[in-house]
Design a protein around this ligand. Structure first.
Ligand SMILES: O=P(O)(O)OC[C@H]1O[C@H](OP(=O)(O)OP(=O)(O)O)[C@H](O)[C@@H]1O
Ligand SMILES: NC(=O)CC[C@H](N)C(=O)O
Ligand SMILES: [Mg+2]
Length: 511
């Protein structure tokens, strides 16, 4: 889950894109990039780090023009520390294209060979997003048959991407001299919304991973990009949409609602906040049945993502809700950090217990999910150190049992605590007196209660059913092996790769 954004405006967009990426920062902390377009030129600056560290005033000044795209990266393919894999990616043919991608391709290796051998194109990194860009570029060149781009050629190229690419992709592309393109894979696994701002100079359009970017930048939400759909925003301010998949089916990733997205976003017609509140309601019902005799004094959330569910759970159980952990706001999300050592150290630095809320108490801690168990282990110990006499833990998500191949960095089942331990063993390992997980059906019901029209979900990390149908046991074994290698290498490389890159394009003239 990276964050992507694209805009066509009647004013310079550099600050708009920067502010938008700041709002999407929770979706990726490893690298950031912005590209803009003015007349017949593209400008780009990208590099490793948080948005506020990547862009200096001189970089911002070099990003001229009234349209552009941006990206914050949480790597799922290639190398976490390789600055060359920061996005957007650029190719100069046909026309000049820049692309930013959220998701993960499951047939990247086969495509890479095909691109080299059949399409006669060169891929210069291990990023699947560069592969996606080259597939799109090849399809667009073929569809436009040597002429300037037109809508038919662009939509045909998206159909070509759907035909050849498997996996998850929410994408924004700049086509030089033509416009901004946004599209989503045929299952709509990763979110993508667009909105408008009607000004005296004409309509401005903004596309983003989450609606929270529209709110912040003063755009009105129009709707989600539909699964399989492509939308073109011309640099003249016009908008055209086309369904480019044969059998689109909406199946959004469950983990977006559990953890990835901000609660103030609306994804596929679902307020993430409302869905999390419902998760808390269902979890409270189950807690009552499972632990009818538990005498809990206080419900405490593990900040940040579990707060809406924890508050509702406390209300439903008629128990006081207290903020027992204080979060250091300068430390990012630990789950999306690369490498287990850094994740483990960060939990302790990030959260600290308010002893008064724990001393002599039986506490019910609530988290949105238990994935590797890093957070829960540390937190439960911290609660005990602060004087808690009993510690229960409730998870608003079911046990995470399977690898994720669609844009969440969980390629190795061996890292997932619930994949190799039964519930009792997980309870023992994290050191809780009682443990409760959400039921998968209840999690789906929580989201459907907000938007009943969603019939299917991408639920693979909970039930092992991979919606795209192409994920074989052999593939999972391969990424399991590679996942372990890459995790190991990331551990060794922590802190490396601070170089920023201005690739291929005229950038940072004064840098
Ligand atoms: O079992 P684990 O492997 O530790 O992963 C799960 C934890 O990681 C996430 O927190 P994170 O600190 O990333 O973000 P948050 O502040 O949004 O909760 C999530 O909210 C859980 O607390
Ligand atoms: N999490 C994501 O969406 C990652 C995008 C892309 N696969 C990358 O690794 O850069
Ligand atoms: Mg958390």
């Amino acid at each position: 889950m990276c964050g992507i954004i694209g805009v066509v405006a009647h004013q310079p967009v550099n600050q708009l894109l920067y502010d938008g990426l700041m709002v999407l920062q929770h979706r990726g902390q490893d690298a950031a990039g912005i590209a803009t377009g003015s007349d017949d030129r593209f400008y780009m600056h990208k590099g490793p780090g948080l948005v506020r560290d990547v862009f200096r005033t001189r970089n911002m000044r070099s990003l001229v023009g009234n349209w552009g795209i941006g990206h914050v990266r949480y790597p799922t393919a290639g190398d976490a520390c390789n600055p060359a894999e920061a996005q957007p990616f650029y190719v100069n043919s046909p026309f000049g294209l820049l692309l930013a991608h959220n998701g993960n391709l499951t047939n990247g290796e086969a495509l890479k060979r095909e691109i080299f051998e059949t399409d006669l194109r060169h891929i210069n990194t291990n990023s699947d997003s560069e592969i996606l860009l080259n597939v799109f570029a090849h399809e667009l060149a073929a569809a436009s048959k040597g002429a300037r781009p037109d809508d038919e050629a662009v939509f045909a190229a998206v159909r070509g991407v759907h035909r050849r690419c498997r996996g998850a992709y929410a994408v924004v592309v700049m086509i030089a001299g033509y416009g901004l393109l946004a599209f989503r894979d045929p299952y709509g696994i990763r979110p993508l919304v667009f909105g408008r701002n009607d000004t005296s100079s004409g309509t401005e359009w903004l596309v983003a991973s989450e609606s929270v970017a529209l709110d912040t930048l003063g755009f009105r939400l129009v709707r989600d990009v539909a699964p399989g759909e492509a939308i073109l925003f011309g640099i003249d301010g016009t908008m055209r949409a086309r369904q480019c998949a044969d059998e689109p089916v909406l199946a959004p990733c469950l983990f977006e609602f559990v953890y990835l997205a901000r609660p103030d976003s609306v994804i596929d017609g679902v307020s993430v906040y409302e869905a999390r509140v419902k998760m808390g309601e269902y979890l409270a019902e189950r807690f009552r049945t499972r632990y009818p005799h538990a005498r809990i004094d206080v419900v405490i959330p593990i900040p940040d993502s579990s707060r809406p569910a924890a508050l509702e759970m406390a209300t439903r159980l008629g128990l006081p809700y207290r903020e027992g952990f204080v979060k250091n706001r300068y430390i990012g999300r630990t789950f999306i950090m690369p490498g287990q050592t850094v994740r483990k150290n960060s939990v302790r630095k990030k959260l600290n217990a308010v002893h008064q809320e724990f001393r002599g108490k039986r506490v019910l801690l609530v988290d949105d999910s238990i994935v590797r168990g890093t957070t829960s282990r540390e937190i439960i110990q911290m609660a005990r150190d602060a004087g808690a006499v009993e510690v229960f833990l409730a998870s608003a998500a079911p046990p995470v049992l399977y690898a994720n191949v669609y844009g969440i960095d969980m390629p190795s089942r061996r890292e997932l605590i619930a994949a190799y331990c039964d519930e009792e063993e997980v309870r023992r390992q994290i050191g809780a007196d009682g443990l409760l997980y959400q039921e998968l059906e209840d999690l789906k019901r929580a989201i459907q209660s907000v938007n009943p029209s969603i019939q299917r979900f991408e639920s693979s990390c909970f039930d092992g059913c991979y919606i795209t149908g192409d994920v074989t046991p052999e593939y999972l074994e391969r990424i399991e092996r590679r996942g372990e290698d890459s995790v190991a290498s990331r551990e060794g490389e922590e802190g490396a790769g601070a170089a920023q890159l201005d690739l291929n394009l005229p950038l940072d003239q004064d840098a």
